[in-house]
Design a protein around this ligand. Structure first.
Ligand SMILES: *Cc1c(COP(=O)(O)O)cnc(C)c1O
Length: 496
């Protein structure tokens, strides 16, 4: 098989193997790693429709991670997708009204980040072995709520690693915060920062690229890596479930292996939906990818006006994992759309840095034909939760509800007619207050235990293990620091 290389979006001569790309996380030139070319799969759906999730993971990942041996890759897959998930299907596809919901919340932290963060630590450990790298790996991560817990759960007590997580103070749900503050593991550290997600993510990126800090780490036989979706090792495992969803539709007789399927994806950092785009590029019959935003409409506005403009107020919503103005993975999509023109990409990214805005060159618009931008505001999102509960007796979390509403709007505007998959990214148990309010209940002053019990009465679904665990786990001390204190903490934890 051909060896697959990965190149940086900001320097096409910066070519590395898959394992090196995963180890580095972010390219040294500040860019993101992308496949040098897209492998072309010729899916045999008779066969694929019978695949387990693990077999599908091997089918897709082996096309990209060509420097991993078959035994190593299967080993990573089997350790990742095991009984940490509460169903053997790992990512079940459920019929809800006229749509299919791809439930990506059956892992350890009941949000879709588990799909990739269950396997990333194993891929990284193997990558270190393969490259004879004996450095201690320091994972530095900013989280809008779900990545932090999922990454800590994945890396907890993994030898040779340490993980430091920053989350926006007041910017995550109480359950999300509790999940992070109850994380076990001597190698896990979590801090709230006074700022929003973008502030935290920008500072993390800056620390990553701080040459002095890098040198200090290297002298101590340490190096940074990233568990954010900037790491290609986060992105590629997400391609798997697009194939798996399609395979389930074939198995159900909904499509025959040639008909296109539309996917609607609740979007923040653009990692999940980009994986859908990659799935299409390697041979999955994907129709439209509906990019669903909440009140933070940067991406919706981009698809309308072809200008990316982050100069606006950051809004806190009931779908906090989508409260993002700078979608990191959009850099990858932009790079593909402008014909992989490194110089232009650097120029546009510099503009975003300096002025907070850039314009897409006209010729690149057609390369976004697969995408439809939509958004749902807070009221629409809450009404959607109530409507789907009333019509289909199915309770969605707010992120999934944004997608569900956006699909309705996109369908009305564009007359979409392919089978439709709503990518469902979190369990409603992660956001009990917002969900119950949407269903017309008054939640003021009620604590999480009461809310969770009430929500169980609404859903009829037993508590997932992740919620059960929260009830009696000891909580860590909650620490809040300023953005400009992040560097000090990182030095304290990583260099000393
Ligand atoms: C992270 C997250 C999203 C956004 O996914 P991106 O890959 O960042 O676009 C949506 N919903 C939930 C529940 C999430 O945790």
């Amino acid at each position: 098989m051909r060896l697959m290389q990965f190149k940086s979006t900001r320097d096409a001569t910066n070519l590395v193997s898959a394992s090196q790309a995963i180890l580095q996380g972010l390219a040294a030139d500040g860019g993101l790693f992308v496949p040098q070319e897209f492998p072309q799969l010729k899916p045999d759906w008779d066969q694929l429709s019978q695949f387990s999730y693990q077999e599908m993971a091997y089918y897709v990942l082996s096309a990209f991670l060509t420097d991993y041996s078959e035994a190593d890759l299967r080993d990573c897959i089997n350790q990742a997708y095991d009984d940490k998930f509460d169903t053997d299907l790992i990512a079940p596809l459920v019929k809800v009204g006229d749509n299919y919901h791809l439930e990506l919340f059956h892992g350890a932290t009941i949000a879709f980040k588990d799909m990739a963060l269950s396997i990333l630590p194993y891929l990284m450990k193997k990558a270190a072995e393969m490259n004879d790298n004996h450095n201690e790996i320091i994972i530095l991560t900013a989280t809008s709520g779900d990545t932090g817990k999922a990454a800590m759960a994945g890396f907890a007590d993994v030898p040779g690693t340490k993980i430091i997580v920053f989350y926006p103070n007041g910017g995550v749900s109480t359950i999300q915060e509790k999940q992070m503050l109850t994380q076990k593991g001597d190698n896990t550290f979590v801090l709230a920062v006074e700022g929003n997600f973008d502030d935290a993510q920008t500072e993390v990126k800056r620390l990553f690229n701080d040459d002095q800090l890098k040198d200090q780490l290297a002298m101590a036989d340490r190096q940074f890596s990233s568990a954010n979706s900037m790491n290609i090792g986060r992105l590629l495992p997400q391609v798997v479930y697009y194939f798996y969803a399609y395979a389930q539709l074939v198995a159900k007789g909904v499509v025959d292996g040639s008909q296109a399927v539309d996917f609607t994806v609740p979007t923040g950092n653009f990692g999940n939906i980009l994986a859908g785009y990659y799935a299409k590029r390697i041979g999955l019959p994907v129709g439209k990818l509906v990019c669903a935003s909440n009140d933070n409409t940067v991406l919706y506005d981009f698809f309308k006006a072809w200008s990316y403009d982050k100069n606006r107020d950051f809004k806190l919503t009931i779908s906090p994992s989508m409260d993002i103005l700078i979608s990191s993975n959009f850099e990858r999509m932009l790079y593909h759309a402008i014909g992989e023109d490194t110089e232009l990409l650097k120029e546009l990214m510099a503009r975003l840095d300096q002025d907070g805005v850039y314009q897409l060159p006209a010729y690149a618009k057609e390369n976004f034909v697969d995408f439809i931008g939509q958004y749902a505001d807070e009221q629409e999102t809450m009404a959607e939760i109530a409507q789907v509960k009333a019509e289909a007796n199915y309770v969605m979390d707010p992120h999934t509800a944004v997608a569900s509403k956006c699909y309705r709007k996109a369908q009305a505007a564009e007359g979409l007619s392919n089978p439709s998959v709503i990518v469902s990214t979190a369990s409603p148990y992660k956001f009990p207050a917002a969900v119950l309010e949407s269903l017309g209940q008054d939640t003021l002053g009620l604590d999480d235990d009461v809310l969770l019990n009430r929500l169980q009465a609404e859903t009829g679904v037993p508590f997932p293990p992740a919620i059960q665990e929260l009830k009696d786990a000891p909580m860590r001390h909650r620490q809040v620091i300023a953005i400009d204190q992040m560097e000090g903490y990182v030095k304290e934890l990583a260099v000393k």
